[in-house]
Design a binder for this molecule. Structure first.
Ligand code: ATP
Ligand code: MG
Length: 559
């Protein structure tokens, strides 16, 4: 059977080609991949790459992809993480085949296989301390030394291993090691530990186990039990592949998956490690795992990233075997691109300055505007125009430079979707001298028309002070000021102090209350989303997803 029928949009990368060959050669008739997170934190953008790759390949080749929790470290794991991870995978638009799986479901099988290894003389109980074990292991340039316990009898090993599980020994007293090769140039092959004593309660298996299998031993066997055909992982596991294969070669498993490594996603200006993200959460640098400044999937979602934007990003960065660092601007491009197409436009004034139109009456005029410049299906909305408006303080300057096209005393500007406005008088606070109001007038002939005999270049946004809805707006920016937050040693040193600016007194068009959209373009300001946790009808809260243009590129260019 030819598999050219599996034509799809995504570019064919090297893993895609391997799978195609395996199907064409008849090695496999269908494929099974898996996404195997450890439930010790929330997923981040790097995991999104792995999810898109594993689930994406299964989709492209009509195969299956499993979600399997690699839960061999019970103390670090938590049901909260399990639920969050499953939610993130589904939110990205993928559904695993069959039930959610857990490596812990295979603990009995893993234990039985360990006994088989002992019986074959291929595993032994070692009683060196952790420190001695390190000494005996040797280095990259020196071979290791065999443990004095390496030649324990099979009977002794069986007895000790069962007593380890029975809870007779303290943690650290013994471990079970595979008997491979202490002189191997690959340190992973120097009699790796495959079981350790842990008297920990496990979220799935309770208090049944006093010994827990190590990751390398667990992963390959779990893959084999599930009939995984292609076990795709990141490059750091390349040196573990011989161990993966060794374990499966010894045991009577019915399938031997092929491990294939690809380069992990590294993104500048952020960190992608659950362990480090957990420190930011635990030590209170952020409000939680879903803080919109974090590149966790939950954080990106709350920030306003859409599943499509993340999937497009993962497709755009591709899959390769060479490590590289992806520019944050690429991620930001992907969300701008998606929201530009789909987000309704609306006007929101972030830093309000009152404008009174002295030649306008007391009645509101309801103007009509398109919600999207290109997509008519997004409909139209009514915008009230009244005598008192708010404009953004940034759009007014008392002493403007020559090329300033926004509002200044005596000058004109176009109010978006409405009239040409002229600033006639600046009103100040008698105490502070601050500008508190602009007395202005409109040219009533300029609704939807250019003024006669003069050119007005600037366009600014505005809202009716009588109708606008008060809201809180959170301006998020990059969380780190350094491209590589870890280069300076401690990533806490380069946290951007301006990564969140909260504006509590903003005003948004009233149509927002009738629009069920969750993402908007605030005209001239950027893309914003409704905060999924703290927004309510009586207290509207919006998060800035991304600015309209890449402001960091400008800063970099000026440096
Ligand atoms: P972390 O260090 O953040 O905990 P991890 O690799 O230990 O990452 P796992 O939960 O073990 O996290 O990862 C699940 C899957 O996601 C693995 O197959 C892993 O290779 C993959 N993965 C993790 N980080 C990245 C990344 N930055 N880019 C691509 N894939 C990744
Ligand atoms: Mg890990």
């Amino acid at each position: 059977m030819s598999h050219s029928e599996f034509e799809h949009k995504a570019p064919a990368h090297f893993i895609h080609k391997i799978i195609e060959e395996d199907l064409n050669s008849g090695k496999h008739t269908s494929i099974v991949t898996r996404f195997p997170p450890e439930p010790n934190g929330f997923l981040h953008i790097g995991h999104a790459k792995s999810i898109c790759l594993n689930f994406g390949l299964a989709e492209q080749f009509n195969g299956a992809c499993h979600l399997r929790f690699d839960d061999t470290n019970p103390e670090k794991e938590n049901q909260v993480y399990i639920d969050a991870i499953a939610q993130d995978v589904q939110w990205l638009g993928f559904q695993w085949h069959g039930p959610v799986r857990y490596a812990s479901e295979y603990f009995q099988a893993l234990y039985d296989y360990a006994i088989e290894l002992i019986n074959m003389g291929k595993a032994y109980v070692c009683s060196l301390t952790a420190e001695q074990t390190r000494e005996y292991r040797g280095t990259l340039t020196e071979p290791g030394k065999p443990s004095p316990y390496r030649d324990r009898s099979i009977a002794d090993n069986l007895d000790l291993f069962s007593r380890m599980q029975a809870g007779e020994f303290d943690e650290g007293a013994h471990v079970l090691r595979a008997k491979i090769d202490m002189a191997s140039p690959n340190l992973n092959m120097r009699d790796p530990v495959i079981y350790r004593i842990k008297k920990a309660h496990h979220h799935q298996t309770g208090d049944h186990w006093n010994v827990y299998p190590m990751y390398d031993y667990t992963h390959c066997i779990s893959d084999a039990i599930e009939g995984i055909t292609h076990s795709i992982c990141t490059l750091e596991f390349e040196d573990h592949r011989p161990l993966y294969d060794w374990v499966l070669d010894q045991l009577p498993v019915s399938c031997h998956p092929r491990q294939i490594e690809f380069a992990r996603l590294n993104l500048n200006y952020t960190i992608t490690s659950k362990r480090k993200l957990k420190r930011l959460v635990d030590e209170g640098f952020v409000v939680g795992w879903d803080d919109p400044r974090l590149h966790t999937i939950a954080g990106l979602r709350r920030r306003g990233y859409t599943p499509a934007s993340l999937r497009n990003f993962c497709e755009a960065i591709g899959v390769a075997r060479a490590d590289s660092v992806v520019d944050m601007a690429m991620l930001e491009f992907s969300i701008r691109d998606d929201l530009d197409k789909h987000a309704p436009r609306i006007m929101c004034v972030l830093d309000p300055l009152k404008v009174t139109i002295t030649n306008y009456g007391d009645d509101a005029q309801w103007l009509e505007a398109s919600n999207h410049p290109k997509d008519e299906s997004l409909g139209k909305r009514k915008i009230p125009f009244t005598r008192t408006l708010y404009i953004d303080r940034n759009d007014f300057m008392e002493d403007p430079p020559k090329d300033y096209f926004r509002l200044s005393p005596g000058k004109e500007v176009r109010l978006r979707g409405a009239y040409i406005l002229r600033c006639d008088q600046v009103v100040r606070d008698p105490q502070t001298g601050a500008v508190i109001e602009l007395k202005s007038s409109i040219d009533p002939e300029t609704l939807g028309k250019n003024p006669e005999g003069r050119k007005v270049k600037g366009v600014i946004h505005w809202v009716s002070a009588d109708h606008a809805v008060p809201c809180e707006v959170r301006l998020y920016d990059r969380f780190f000021t350094e491209e590589n937050p870890e280069a300076a040693g401690d990533f806490f040193q380069c946290i951007n102090p301006n990564s969140l600016v909260t504006l509590k007194h903003c005003w948004i068009e009233p149509s927002v209350m009738e629009n069920s959209a969750t993402h908007f373009q605030f005209e001239r300001e950027g893309y914003f989303c409704v905060d999924c946790k703290e927004d309510s009808a009586s207290h509207r809260v919006f998060n800035r997803t991304v600015t309209l243009k890449d402001s960091w590129a400008k800063i970099e260019a000026k440096k």
